[in-house]
Design a protein around this ligand. Structure first.
Ligand SMILES: NC(=O)c1ccc[n+]([C@@H]2O[C@H](COP(=O)([O-])OP(=O)(O)OC[C@H]3O[C@@H](n4cnc5c(N)ncnc54)[C@H](OP(=O)(O)O)[C@@H]3O)[C@@H](O)[C@H]2O)c1
Length: 324
């Protein structure tokens, strides 16, 4: 638990390599039917509002637009490059050691940036082919993520990325990476799904004990994109217990859902392309949930993954067979 009233939108958490990460970040994933220009507009507005941490990925197909937004806000004097914390993700088809740097360079080229602040392995498994299309199946590959990691370390040494980390790794996978012979840099973070229905307490405890920051995605209950999310799952922001807690504080369920994760000392990502919500989501630093309400929300945990990526269940590196 952090000294939560001391949190502000500008709070940064120390990473194990000496860099820092802003505690709140803008998510930029939107389903393919959403025009990419909306992400560009939202990112510019978000930077104007004070967001400094932008989470994106090659596979979201929008790094050109998000890069445009960042560079425009640098060009108009709103921010300097060093004020922005940009996270990119190595997609699973770039895990072969000879492809890792190419994957990163593709992102840098699309963004037209010289470096990324954070570059993370998007998932622990490698793929030969990935078409996000139900008619074209994924083709598994067997590249060991430890081999991928060594190239990421070299990319950090080359100055192409400030920090390197992972996403969607379970405890055993983190253990394997941490005990890799010759490990030069520990992952600075593990970005995972985390919200009131999936509080990740055990994974957080393990990460804390190894100086790895947990970064939470789908804090608001996910994008509910039918390509990734089972739409029969309950809608998080409609939870009655969450609504009751929110009513006590005269806040929205979204604000309480975010505040809950922040008070656990976890970095929060929240996606919105709507101005009013972008503002609301940045306004979660002027109230504090009492311990009894934190406990009530903790009890909502039911280990629900909105994005279980179940097409990968047969892959040897599928992370969600284990409890955490
Ligand atoms: N590493 C990974 O594998 C991974 C996986 C998933 C996501 N992520 C990252 O995490 C980010 C966030 O996760 P997510 O996209 O799953 O979704 P999320 O942030 O949990 O939820 C986004 C949804 O909530 C709505 N919303 C935002 N603020 C709201 C508010 N104040 N009140 C009510 N509704 C609100 C958004 O709608 P509007 O846009 O219309 O406001 C959108 O539909 C992603 O964008 C991506 O950057 C990473």
């Amino acid at each position: 638990m952090t000294d939560s009233m001391a949190l502000t939108k500008d709070t940064r958490i120390a990473l194990n390599d000496g860099n820092t990460i802003p505690i709140i970040g803008l998510g930029t994933y939107a389903s393919p039917d959403v025009p990419k220009s909306l992400g560009e507009e939202a990112t510019k507005i978000a930077i104007d509002l004070g967001y400094r941490h932008i989470d994106c990925a090659y596979i979201y197909g929008n790094e050109v637009q998000i890069g445009n937004a960042i560079r425009e806000k640098i060009a108009d004097g709103t921010v300097k490059r060093e004020d922005i914390f940009y996270t990119g993700k190595l997609w699973c088809t770039f895990f072969s050691p000879e492809l890792v740097r190419k994957g990163l360079e593709k992102s840098l080229q699309d963004l037209q940036l010289d470096y990324l602040d954070l570059f993370i392995m998007h998932w622990p498994f490698s793929l030969k082919v990935c078409e996000i299309n139900p008619d074209k199946p994924f083709v598994y590959d067997d590249v060991d993520f430890c081999a991928t990691w060594e190239v990421l370390e070299a990319c950090k040494d080359a100055g192409l990325v400030k920090s390197i980390g992972v996403s969607n790794f379970n405890r055993k996978q983190l253990e394997r990476l941490l005990s890799k012979p010759g490990l030069k840099y520990k992952p600075v973070c593990n970005q995972v799904e985390c919200h009131v229905y999936l509080s990740q307490s055990k994974l957080q405890a393990y990460c804390n004990s190894n100086d790895i920051v947990l970064v939470a995605y789908s804090v608001l209950g996910s994008h509910r994109d039918k390509n990734w999310v089972d739409l029969t799952t309950p809608v998080l922001l409609e939870d009655l217990v969450l609504a009751n807690v929110a009513a006590k504080y005269n806040r929205s369920p979204a604000e309480v859902a975010m505040r809950f994760i922040l008070q656990k000392g976890i970095v929060v990502l929240a996606k919105s392309f709507t101005v009013a919500r972008l503002k609301q989501n940045l306004g979660v630093f002027d109230f504090e949930l009492k311990p009894e309400d934190m406990k009530t929300l903790e009890d909502l945990d039911k280990n629900l993954h909105y994005g279980p990526f179940k097409e990968m269940k047969q892959h040897p590196e599928y992370p969600f067979h284990d409890e955490y």
